[in-house]
Design a protein around this ligand. Sequence first.
Ligand code: G
Ligand code: G
Ligand code: MN
Ligand code: NA
Length: 254
Amino acid sequence: ARIEHHLRTAHERNELQLRLQPIVDTETGRLAGAEALLYWLSPELGEVPPKTFIPIAEESGLIVDIGNWALLEACREAKRWQNATGTLIDICINIAGRQFRDEDFPKTVRKVLATTDITPSRICLEITENTLMEDEHHARKIIEQLVQMDLRIALDDFGTGYSALSYLGKFHIDTLKIDGSFLKNVLPDSNEATLAAAILSLGRSLQLNMVGEGVETLEQLNFLRAHGCPMCQGYYFSKPLPVAEFEELVTTWE
Ligand code: G
Ligand code: G
Ligand code: MN
Ligand code: NA
């Protein structure tokens, strides 16, 4: 309750900060894009990670405004980066269930695309299975509108939910973000390794793009390489960074 109270004003007081975590080409180590993540720099509470405050923002409904702001900021940043360097990076942005289901969501997205003048195909919206599960018919309708705008859709935290496999056929999904829990323990012959390999094989057969998440060690990176996962992200490369630090890192990449 204390957090919710502060969170309500945090947005107005400019205490929310967009951070970018590099997404890396598994084979070459080249930068392939970034995932945008929101941090809250609270004068009262210190640095609050999204894990802590996003669920509170979801419960209270604040996520709609906050999440849409993050979407706008991420697209602005991508455009600014493009203007400065001549290259456009792929940006992944998390979309909460409530935000996705909000009746104004497609309109909001359209407005963001128009005001930032960003190339939509470089923007990937990350949603979870839970978001699809709530109302499949509505979800399909919204996804079709987003795909019409030339945006890409990723299924986030893949492998942790329920009926993920049936969703792959039902919705227009471009990318699987393989949950980091599958990489926690990729010792040869472990159950986790077997599951992770099966998921990656499935994704390949369906010709989906895949991003292995939560890569913290070279062993995990090599596992993804060996199983044909084209992209990855994690602390092994970098944690999510404030935009200025991200830009600095990118200019010295490799
Ligand atoms: O970094 P961390 O593991 O604490 O993030 C937890 C979750 O918070 C992320 O997986 C993501 O789903 C959510 N999140 C982070 N940033 C945003 C954002 O900008 N918008 C929305 N809707 N969710 C976010
Ligand atoms: O739910 P989603 O996948 O969007 O959340 C991504 C979250 O995972 C981010 O909040 C980010 O801070 C966190 N994260 C990113 N890389 C790593 C990693 O290598 N290890 C762990 N434990 N968490 C990570
Ligand atoms: Mn995500
Ligand atoms: Na994820």
